[in-house]
Design a protein around this ligand. Structure first.
Ligand SMILES: Cc1cc2nc3c(=O)[nH]c(=O)nc-3n(C[C@H](O)[C@H](O)[C@H](O)COP(=O)(O)O)c2cc1C
Length: 366
């Protein structure tokens, strides 16, 4: 499939319709898996007790209902993060609520967590887990609260109770800008409360041998003071990792006016530098002690590599799929091998945090 030929056709549809078509194409087998003869062993990443075939993953929001996990893993992603799933079904904000900006390779969305709710998600996920053999790759579940929830911990607990044990890892989403009050959980006390509720629920409902690591996904819109406070809270909380970052509320000056005026979170190329900066800062603030998954504007291997050198152990992407097509992860894997070779590294882990050389000893960085 030549995506660049298909793209103009796809772009004739509203962005959300194009996304539904993409899900249908993946489900039906129209998008073929990307068979590879390449040796990606230099990219294999072991984090926590999990083995990631490559450190390039699909970010949350694409497969909200866990509909097409095997097809996604077949495209070259080493891991896929499903969700955000909420306890109850909800319709989200009125359409249109996703906007493309091809000139800047950007997206704005104000979806507001539309989804079928946890029961439908669980049924789909169970079907994936029942596949024998299970397709290779790690699958995380990103959890969030319903719009009408006034006590967030109740929703996160309920989600862990219902689906926590199925997840390879769990992401607590407290950074989507489209659910009122959600980003308030990024304040130190609220952060510690919510993470402690989730970690307690994990102990209660998940395997104690290999409990799923719990990660927290943060926004890029954090002042330096907030970053320092949250880095310390992350260390104090006992969580296993951070995902940096979600979409931004900022609107860089060079965005077309009409696009910039849309409400919601901005992602894609204009988010690239900001999210890399946040990764760099958190890696330094935590002295590399908490694994980071870097996400925001990754379009090619060089972008992924920049985030890894800034301190990300792995990366994710979403928006660039819209502009570069379904085989992007595979192309990034290939590109990463070349970049490692150029820098004289034999394994991707050697590049993690390389930009902090001299500040943080390699024994900690590795
Ligand atoms: C249409 C759309 C929907 C998204 N939905 C979610 C979501 O449900 N949960 C979440 O944590 N992030 C969501 N995101 C954010 C992405 O996971 C990612 O953090 C962000 O887009 C930055 O990466 P990118 O520039 O590669 O897209 C969404 C992004 C887009 C574009």
């Amino acid at each position: 499939m030549d995506y660049q030929k298909l793209r103009p056709l796809l772009f004739m549809f509203p962005a959300e319709t194009a996304h539904s078509l993409a899900i249908k194409a993946l489900k039906s087998g129209f998008v073929k898996p990307r068979a590879s003869t390449d040796d990606f062993s230099a990219l294999k990443t072991q984090l926590w007790h999990l083995n990631f075939p490559t450190p390039v993953g699909l970010a949350a929001g694409f497969d909200k209902n866990a509909d097409v996990i095997p097809a996604l893993l077949g495209l070259g992603f080493g891991f896929v993060e499903c969700g955000t799933v909420t306890p109850k079904q909800q319709i989200g904000n009125p359409r249109p609520r996703i906007f493309r900006c091809p000139e800047q390779r950007a997206v704005i969305n104000r979806m507001g967590f539309p989804g079928k709710g946890v029961q439908a998600f669980k049924d789909n996920f169970a079907k994936f887990l029942a596949q024998k053999p299970r397709p290779q790759g790690v699958v995380g579940i990103n959890i969030g609260m319903n719009k009408d929830q006034t006590n967030p911990a109740d929703d996160y607990r309920r989600l862990i109770a219902q689906i926590g044990a199925m997840a390879d890892y769990i992401t607590i989403n407290i950074s989507s800008p489209n659910t009122p009050g959600l980003r308030d959980l990024q304040k130190r006390d609220a952060f510690l409360d919510i993470t402690s509720a989730v970690l307690e629920a994990r102990t209660k409902y998940c395997s104690t041998d290999h409990p799923p690591p719990v990660l927290v996904k943060l926004a890029p819109d954090l002042s330096e003071v907030q970053q320092a406070e949250l880095a310390q809270a992350a260390l104090d909380s006992g969580i296993d990792g951070l995902i940096l970052t979600n979409t931004t509320l900022a609107r860089p000056a060079d965005l077309p006016e009409k696009f910039a005026a849309e409400k919601g979170g901005l992602s894609g190329a204009p988010l690239k530098e900001k999210s890399t900066e946040i990764i760099h800062n958190f890696y330094a603030l935590t002295k590399g002690q908490i694994p980071i998954i870097g996400v925001g504007g990754i379009e090619n291997a060089a972008d992924a590599y920049d985030k890894i050198k800034a301190g990300a152990s792995m990366v994710q992407l979403y928006s660039a799929l819209v502009y570069h097509g379904p085989y992007l992860a595979h192309d990034i894997n290939e590109g990463l091998l070349k970049l490692l070779q150029k820098d004289g590294y034999t394994h991707i882990s050697e590049a993690v945090g390389a930009n902090h050389k001299g500040e943080i000893p390699h024994e900690i960085r590795a």
